[in-house]
Design a protein around this ligand. Structure first.
Ligand code: MN
Length: 232
């Protein structure tokens, strides 16, 4: 097949499935913004009034667990955002919330790495978030744990520490949009497909990373994501 492409075709980004030799092929990465009220407030937004919203990252921004992430260019304020990640095995448009969980293959732990200074500048200037959120290596994730093994976690601790010191702390039950509502709402904007990942938002306590940092965060029952930050 490759002889039909004018330039080398990109490899399919994928993430491991826990307890399996199979890989989960990533189609797209969707992210929910401001889905925990405490985090919306720390970002200067009214956590009660501001509803969550969506943005995206490229599929090849994924990095496997244990990666060294190069500190990105064009930022002096790289931030961590620990998140529950939903992996879809089904799809559709205008999915109803009461059937949405039947589309879920499994769950993982991800870090929505963010050039926070560029995100602030984009907001001030009315520009898009792509360079703030969708940069290379910006979506580390753990292997996906299947629904058969983890169920559908709706409560449980979500946490992150840097160099052993606690930074982020929350509970999945604090999400403004729950997973079924996220899938239903997202599917009203985009037709969803198997291979789509959804980062579901981060609890309060986001903060800066610098080269040399060791970053460890998790969702109880789902997994623990570890990263190193290294000079570019
Ligand atoms: Mn996020």
């Amino acid at each position: 097949m490759t002889e039909y492409f004018a330039v080398p075709a990109a490899p399919r980004p994928a993430v491991e499935v826990a307890g399996s030799t199979l890989l989960f092929p990533i189609r797209r990465i969707f992210c929910v913004g401001r889905n925990y009220a405490e985090h919306a407030r720390e970002m200067g937004m009214g956590g009660d009034r501001a509803l969550p919203f969506f943005f995206t990252k490229p599929a090849d921004a994924v990095m496997p667990n244990g990666s060294d992430v190069p500190y990105p260019s064009h930022t002096k304020n790289l931030h961590h955002e620990i998140e529950l990640v939903v992996a879809l095995s089904g799809g559709g448009s205008d999915v109803k919330a009461d059937t949405a969980l039947s589309l879920v293959f499994g769950y993982a732990v991800g870090n929505d790495l963010t050039r926070r200074d560029q995100q602030g500048a984009a907001q001030d200037l009315g520009r898009p978030w792509d360079t703030a959120k969708g940069f290379d290596h910006s979506a580390p994730v753990t292997p996906i744990v299947t629904v058969e093994n983890v169920g559908h976690p709706a409560a449980g601790r979500i946490w992150l520490g840097v160099n052993g010191k606690p930074r982020q702390q929350g509970d999945l039950s604090d999400m403004i949009w729950k997973v079924p509502e996220i899938i239903a709402e997202l599917s009203s904007w985009f037709e969803l497909f198997p291979g789509d990942l959804i980062f579901t938002g981060t609890p309060a306590g986001v903060g800066p990373l610098v080269p040399g940092d060791r970053v460890r965060g998790g969702v109880d029952g789902v997994g623990v994501l570890e990263l190193g930050i290294v000079a570019r």
